[in-house]
Design a protein around this ligand. Structure first.
Ligand SMILES: Nc1ncnc2c1ncn2[C@@H]1O[C@H](COP(=O)(O)OP(=O)(O)OP(=O)(O)O)[C@@H](O)[C@H]1O
Ligand SMILES: C[C@H](N)[C@H](N)CCCCCC(=O)O
Ligand SMILES: [Mg+2]
Length: 260
């Protein structure tokens, strides 16, 4: 993990004045402060949302919180004993300190590894955002911290009219953005930052995840995002053949999340 704790304060690019400035917070024990819930989104599918969600769960647990992960909508689940097995859900459950009912942790699971609104339609299921919110609120009663992992990127359709941004808005949680560092991520990251602001949501922080170790000019790309994203960079996660969420947790600057 590349340590950025002593990094220079983030100074937004002059042209980005329309974003609310995010105050650097002095480091406080996140066990006392910080958001109850977090919504983890990404620049795309396969960028490390599950890895970072699990790392956040481990970090909050290490800071003295009881924790539970949530995957409201999962696609690409595998039929198995007792129903569908979703790798994301099982990873989040392993990383949680509280064992919660599966129907709360993962209200909607679909087998086809496709866009969830397509999988839901094929299954004759309507994804009800209010049902997801009720499940989230029930989890919030069971643990100090709830980490909610989205699905794919920030605006993934969930039915004919709504998408995951509507879900994030309904849950009204601070957002953590996982940027999968590969060519093309700059635009995806900035569009997501813009969409989060347009919903009136708070970008609590972002993570640069090195999913492609041979990305050309990594440092210059990271600096471009640091200059433009007015939110704390919570960590730069190195590429690892077998990524370990507990190790990643140690490098996350959790105190930066503990905004009032
Ligand atoms: N820093 C990393 N180094 C090496 N492999 C990584 C890293 N981060 C993620 N991966 C791998 O990339 C794949 C996708 O990661 P992950 O499942 O966390 O993405 P995701 O955004 O949650 O995907 P989905 O949209 O399907 O939920 C996984 O196999 C994961 O182990
Ligand atoms: C199946 C995959 N691993 C994800 N869970 C679902 C990704 C949905 C992406 C939808 C889209 O933006 O095209
Ligand atoms: Mg995932």
């Amino acid at each position: 993990m590349e340590n950025i704790a002593d990094s220079s304060p983030l100074t937004p690019h002059p042209s980005y004045t329309n974003f609310h400035a995010t105050r650097r917070v002095e480091s406080r024990n996140p066990a006392q402060a910080g958001p109850k819930g977090l919504f983890v989104t990404g620049t795309d599918t396969g960028v490390g949302k599950t890895l970072i969600s699990c790392a956040l769960l481990h970090a909050f647990t290490a800071a003295g919180n009881s924790t539970v992960g949530m995957k409201p909508v999962a696609a690409g689940c595998v039929p198995g004993q007792g129903g569908l097995h979703c790798e994301d859900v099982e990873s989040l459950q392993r990383a949680s300190s509280v064992r919660a009912p599966r129907e709360l942790v993962n209200p909607y699971a679909f087998a086809p590894p496709v866009a969830p609104h397509v999988a839901a339609a094929e299954a004759g299921v309507t994804i009800d955002l209010k049902h997801i919110r009720h499940a989230y609120l029930a989890l919030a009663e069971l643990a100090d911290k709830v980490v909610v992992e989205g699905v794919g990127g920030f605006r993934v359709p969930l039915d004919e009219f709504s998408d995951t941004a509507d879900l994030a808005q309904l849950l009204d949680l601070p957002i953590v953005l996982v940027v999968g560092m590969r060519l093309g991520c700059l635009s995806h990251a900035m569009l997501t930052v813009e969409a989060i602001a347009a919903r009136g949501l708070t970008l609590a922080g972002w993570v640069a995840n090195r999913i492609e170790p041979d990305m050309e000019r990594f440092d210059a790309n990271l600096e471009a995002l640091r200059q433009r994203i007015v939110a704390p960079l919570l960590g730069v996660v190195a590429f690892a053949p077998q990524p370990d969420a507990v190790r990643v947790a140690r490098g996350l600057l959790l105190p930066l999340l503990s905004q009032p």
